[in-house]
Ligand binder design. Structure first.
Ligand SMILES: Nc1nc2c(ncn2[C@@H]2O[C@H](COP(=O)(O)OP(=O)(O)OP(=O)(O)O)[C@@H](O)[C@H]2O)c(=O)[nH]1
Ligand SMILES: [Mg+2]
Length: 187
């Protein structure tokens, strides 16, 4: 198994990478390109797992060479799991990319990173509710402080492919329940 750290530029992917990997890290050009990337190894329950610090990308519809490499890495094989790193203070944008990855059938967990930055902006995200709607693990993190990283790793085993239709149904139910509650009705 291989783990890809994916997300927009500047969301904390490399901080996760450095905290997850040991000394055995290599930097190289992606074959046929001048795009640099770093890979390393981590041990989960005794198994050595390759982990890749994927270049930042806004979507799976690449706009430059670095984004092309990010998409190529994702498409290299199906025996991969994705840690989708999202800036919790800009969650909609990050979720767009996560949804694209889900739509392609990959297994992922979401790291809602920069919870401290979001909190400073009075943004609070209900990670449990988001997890219920998406059907995949969602963990709040502050990568620079190491917060949530252990939990994130422990939830990797729960990463699984999900159907976008199921997510839409869950979201619709969630918002119906919420409207009923807001209107004072019993849901
Ligand atoms: N406040 C705060 N800062 C963070 C957190 N995680 C990462 N950072 C900081 O955010 C900046 C970007 O982090 P990186 O790990 O370099 O981001 P990246 O996703 O690898 O960025 P690219 O490689 O450019 O795509 C750095 O200055 C980090 O120290 C966090 O949870 N909270
Ligand atoms: Mg980086």
């Amino acid at each position: 198994m291989k783990i890809l750290l994916m997300g927009h530029p500047n969301v904390g992917k490399s901080v996760f990478f450095n905290r997850l990997t040991g000394a055995n890290v290599t930097e190289s050009n992606y074959p046929g390109t001048t795009v640099d990337y770093t890979k390393g190894w981590m041990k989960i329950e005794g198994e050595d797992i390759e982990i890749v610090d994927v270049p930042g990308t806004f979507s799976l519809d690449p706009k430059d060479r670095a984004e092309e490499v990010a998409v190529a890495m994702l498409h290299e094989g199906k025996d991969i799991k994705v840690i989708s790193v999202i800036d919790a203070s800009k969650i909609e944008r990050g979720l767009y990319l996560a949804m694209e990855i889900i739509e392609e059938g990959y297994s992922l967990v979401i790291a809602l990173n920069m919870r401290d930055v979001a909190a400073d902006k009075n943004i609070e995200i209900d990670a449990d509710r988001l997890e219920q709607i998406l059907g995949i693990p969602v963990v709040s993190t502050v990568a620079i402080a190491g917060e949530g990283i252990k939990e994130l790793v422990s939830r990797l085993k729960d990463a699984k492919p999900v159907n976008v239709e199921d997510i839409i149904a869950n979201a619709t139910n969630a918002s119906n329940t919420k409207s009923a509650a807001d209107a004072g009705g019993a849901a």
